[in-house]
Design a protein around this ligand. Sequence first.
Ligand SMILES: Nc1ncnc2c1ncn2[C@@H]1O[C@H](COP(=O)(O)OP(=O)(O)OP(=O)(O)O)[C@@H](O)[C@H]1O
Ligand SMILES: [Mg+2]
Length: 374
Amino acid sequence: MSERQPLIEMQGVVKTFVNAAGRFTALKGIDLTIYQGEFVAIIGKSGSGKSTLLNMLTGIDHPTEGRVLIADTDLYAMSESQRSLWRGQHLGIVFQFFQLLPTLTLLENVMLPMDYVDIVPRGQRAQRARDLLHQVGLADQADKLPLAVSTGQQQRAAIARALANDPGILITDEPTGNLDSRSAAHIIDIFSELSLQGKTIVMVTHDPDMTRRTTRTLIISDGKLVNEAVAQALPLLSHRQMREVERRAQEVVFAPGETIITRQQPVDTFFIITAGQVEVTLRNRQGETVLTRLGPGDFFGEVELTRGGRAIASVRAAAAAPVQALALSRDDFHWLMDVSPLTADAIARLVQSRLQTNRQQNRTRGLFGWRKGK
Ligand SMILES: Nc1ncnc2c1ncn2[C@@H]1O[C@H](COP(=O)(O)OP(=O)(O)OP(=O)(O)O)[C@@H](O)[C@H]1O
Ligand SMILES: [Mg+2]
């Protein structure tokens, strides 16, 4: 797990468009690492910057500031023509509107990138194109023109074309956006299968059927990525509210083994874990019990903040690694409960279940008698 290889890195990427209407900053500092084999969905409102972000990865457009590294290649250190050839070798790109050449058959469309990059030997191109069309279920349509097949079939041909030079990475912008639900389901299956085969896939989508099948979902809001731990911890917030939580929070770090909360002491902070693990513990005369371990996207402190009481258990950073967390003050926690009643309900339910676990542990372990907070 720790040996995961970063494959795609965006560092401080800013994109400002300048035109007659003025300047518009569509990406406001994107830092992102994607690892080999991940299947990543990017979601966000219309205009939030999804396509602009993908265009920075494909080299179709260039950043105003920052760097993009793919497999250790600095995309924007290359000349335009080097980049174009590099793209043809390493990336498969699939757009919402398939962009097949209308005067070429599906087979010829799939062969086109092979001719451009010139890695697959000439004599093998037609057979490889047929194999790829077979892989996407189009073996019997290979010699038809794009307009003679359905839109779902055109999109499958576009996927076959993206695979022409066997790229390690697929980049796709709303591949099901223009399809009926049956064709969309077929496309989703194809991407899932490609992910299982080891392709790294980055996909912009609005389709919840798609995000259910990916390994990771990134949210972009107003040109910035939402902290993934915040999105995971508080999924019922709007994207703007998630960003506001980040803005109000303080980043805190705890050394391995460090105590964060001590049982019976007052708690004034709500913690969302962003890296590492914490152990929630109870102690009695015989020793200590670890009730549970929490990791990135989990939170703690909410039991005490909602009940106004003292800590019902102790929390410490696990021994293996430091813990990073976002800390919200009591006031900001109450702001959060006020702006999102759905989040308040979800947290209230979690509080009940955590109290329940805690009571049971106290009973079975013969710890100090249960005391109500306050
Ligand atoms: N060439 C351009 N010139 C000026 N502004 C642009 C340009 N391209 C994009 N923008 C602006 O940048 C913002 C982000 O656009 P982008 O296309 O990345 O959004 P998106 O998240 O892909 O939206 P959608 O879901 O509608 O496709 C928008 O406000 C858009 O108007
Ligand atoms: Mg878009």
